[in-house]
Design a protein around this ligand. Structure first.
Ligand code: ADP
Ligand code: TYD
Length: 214
């Protein structure tokens, strides 16, 4: 058995259950003796959390789509340098709630056709994809309601309504096809514990396939 770092991301529309499932998977793996780092984007490091506040609070039209791409990528670069990279180098399992696929969709698709710019900047400044990405696929109306029910002060795409959520859902499914090697699509419409079972099943297979031990 080898012990190597594994980089896992969770993606999906707002309110799909990503954060819940990322936390449950982290708890599950920790209880099995794995060394796990649970983190999120935008954020995850001190500087990136400051950028998070800049992009998620206040007027949604504060930044142009191009400036948002720069801000999310700057946050990601800091996160990678200070937390994700070092943790992987120490053979930990990193579980990240959203990563670059979110920028591909939210900045690349929702506010124009900027996917090319997102990918160019990603290649230049990040140059790394997760080893495994769980897409928690959910009905847009349900997830939008869940997201709105949380009523935090970090509103962003929730406020743009159901139509955008529908386009985002399809966009994520298209990304899952584009990067079929690392994406695993999970049906998020079941009760929390059933979704968690589906996620940990896929992960056990993956750990076995990669011959990774705790
Ligand atoms: P996301 O991180 O994708 O925005 P969260 O994990 O924060 O989503 O979940 C949004 C809300 O929906 C939370 O209140 C959470 O408790 C609830 N929730 C998550 N998964 C489910 C599920 N499978 N069934 C019902 N409610 C859920
Ligand atoms: P998150 O905290 O994951 O929100 P939620 O729990 O509602 O899914 O992300 C906050 C918002 O940031 C979300 O609306 C998606 C957006 N976002 C981008 O627009 N681009 C990005 O690169 C990332 C990581 C997130």
């Amino acid at each position: 058995m080898q012990k190597t770092g594994l980089f896992i991301s969770f993606e999906g529309i707002d309110g799909s259950g990503k954060s819940t499932q990322a936390r449950l998977l982290a708890d599950h793996l920790t209880s099995q003796g794995y060394d796990v780092v649970l983190t999120r984007e935008p954020g995850g490091s001190e500087g990136a959390e400051e950028i998070r506040a800049l992009v998620l609070k206040g007027d949604p039209d504060r930044w142009s789509a191009e400036t948002e791409i720069l801000l999310f990528t700057a946050a990601r670069r800091d996160h990678l340098e200070r937390l994700i990279g070092p943790a992987l180098a120490e053979d930990k399992i990193v579980i990240c709630d959203r990563f670059a696929d979110s920028t591909r969709l939210y900045q690349g698709l929702s506010r124009g056709h900027l996917r090319g710019i997102v990918d160019q900047l990603h290649n230049l400044m990040i140059g790394r994809e997760p080893d495994l990405t769980f897409l928690i696929d959910m009905h847009p109306e349900t997830s939008l309601q869940r997201a709105l029910d949380r009523q935090g002060d970090e509103e962003r795409f929730e406020t743009f309504g159901a139509d955008l959520q529908r386009r985002m859902r399809q966009g994520f499914l298209d990304l899952a096809n584009e990067f079929a090697g690392r994406f695993r699509v999970i049906d998020g419409s079941h009760p929390i514990k059933d979704v968690a079972k589906a996620v940990s099943h896929v992960l056990s297979d993956e750990l076995q396939r990669r011959n990774v031990s705790s």
